[in-house]
Design a protein around this ligand. Structure first.
Ligand SMILES: *[C@@H]1O[C@H](CO)[C@@H](O)[C@H](O)[C@H]1NC(C)=O
Length: 395
């Protein structure tokens, strides 16, 4: 009796003195440390069940919940973090590294870590190690390889924060945001070799109100790719390279396709990339479009195609549709874009003959090739220029 009383008193004391730490945290907010559910930080033991157990508790909690992953390497197979949950404030605080199986066949095709139908999930910190090198080698040798797994997916979800996360060597895309609303990506690092196939950094599609800030992305494919159905996307302060640049598209893969609108890409440095700011569509009929797009304050360092619209996109030149693109591109502004091109043609607008690009605006553009003014090439592109323009205008 007496012991219980003093225990309660002690607890009350702790709660009073340390209201936001340790024991108070787990009592008032619910912290689920994956070690308590059998996760092992040794990099070899399978911690999938422990992660699922922690998620099930956090998701079932009627109060805000934190899942804590301490330092160490945690081997995980595919995990789906599925909602709906009973609360809309779940934090993943990751001090450790989540490691994919080294045998790529284990993850198969789809997603390694997928959040689906969640509302109010934040991922803070952590390293994801996708161990993609085996699959990349298989793809390069070209025989019967699976397409591979995206490292981190958010699907049909809203109010998501991804902050301070590092994603390494994914098999396929690093981060995919699909069918989401209100997603903030901040301070993220993505790294994969420049010749790793299809390892896009961040892919956004069918989503609105997504921001990508203060991130460093180097991969073998697009740093950020923007698919059909994206609205109100803001990208700011990103370093891109190696990789294929920031791409809107590929669009027009399907006849019935949602458009892309209101995209801002601001203060981005491209270093040694294949493209800088790109819009691309396949050459076939489509209901798709891209409009109200702003590319502002970009620095190009040795970029092959700094400014490009390509409406005859067909990367391997195999099974190209060979038709006229139905994708309508309009109201695209390039403002304060400067630096060096790795090829002679630094500005290329190759638009659809059926639906020419309209309302293209170039303002203060200066791109050089080998210390000389670079060149521009336009087909079916209409628009205006203002301020200093080099290469000389072809609109
Ligand atoms: C365009 O998107 C930004 C966020 O990226 C948003 O603040 C703004 O309201 C949007 N504009 C329109 C017209 O929807």
């Amino acid at each position: 009796m007496e012991q219980t009383t003093s225990c309660v008193l002690f607890l009350a004391f702790v709660l009073l003195v340390f209201p936001s730490y340790g024991i108070a945290d787990s009592l008032t907010y619910g912290t689920y440390n994956v070690l308590n559910y059998g996760a092992k930080p040794d990099g070899n033991s399978d911690s999938t069940q422990a992660m699922v157990a922690a998620w099930t508790l956090a998701c079932g909690s009627t109060k805000a919940a934190t899942i804590y992953v301490p330092p160490g390497r945690f081997l995980l197979r595919n995990v789906v973090f599925r909602g709906q949950c009973k609360n809309n404030a779940i934090v993943f605080r990751i001090d450790g590294t989540l490691v994919a199986p080294s045998d790529y066949k284990v993850l198969g095709t789809g997603n390694w870590l997928l959040f689906e139908h969640v509302n109010g999930v934040s991922v803070y910190g952590g390293i994801l190690d996708g161990q993609g090198t085996g699959l990349w080698a298989c793809k390069r040798s070209g025989k019967g390889c699976p397409s591979g797994a995206t490292s981190l997916g958010f699907s049909n979800s809203k109010n998501i924060v991804i902050r301070g996360l590092t994603s390494l060597n994914s098999q396929l895309y690093h981060i995919v945001i699909n069918g989401c609303k209100n997603v903030k990506v901040d301070g993220v690092g993505v790294s994969a070799s420049g010749n790793s196939p299809n390892t896009d950094g961040i892919h956004v599609q069918s989503s609105s109100d997504v921001t990508v800030l203060n991130s460093r992305i180097g991969t073998g494919d697009d740093c950020v790719s923007v698919g059909p159905g994206t609205n109100n996307l803001w990208i700011e302060n990103v370093a891109c390279g190696p990789g294929h640049g920031i791409s809107i598209g590929s669009l027009g893969k399907y006849a019935e396709e949602a458009g892309v609108q209101n995209v801002t890409v601001k203060t981005v440095t491209f270093t040694g990339t294949q493209n800088g700011v790109r819009i691309k569509s396949w050459g076939r009929p489509s209901s798709g479009f891209a409009r109200n797009i702003l590319f502002q304050h970009a620095i190009m360092i040795d970029v092959e195609n700094p400014v490009i619209i390509d409406q005859h996109y067909c990367p391997d030149e195999k099974n190209c549709p060979g038709q006229v693109s139905g994708v309508k591109i309009s109201d695209v502004t390039y403002r304060d874009i400067h630096g060096t091109s790795a090829t002679e043609v630094a500005v290329k607008f190759d638009c659809s003959p059926r639906y020419p690009c309209t309302d293209i605006k170039l303002e203060d553009v200066k791109l050089t090739y080998r210390n000389q003014p670079a060149e521009a090439s336009c087909s079916n592109a209409d628009g205006t220029t203002s301020g200093f323009i080099q290469p000389s205008n072809c609109l």
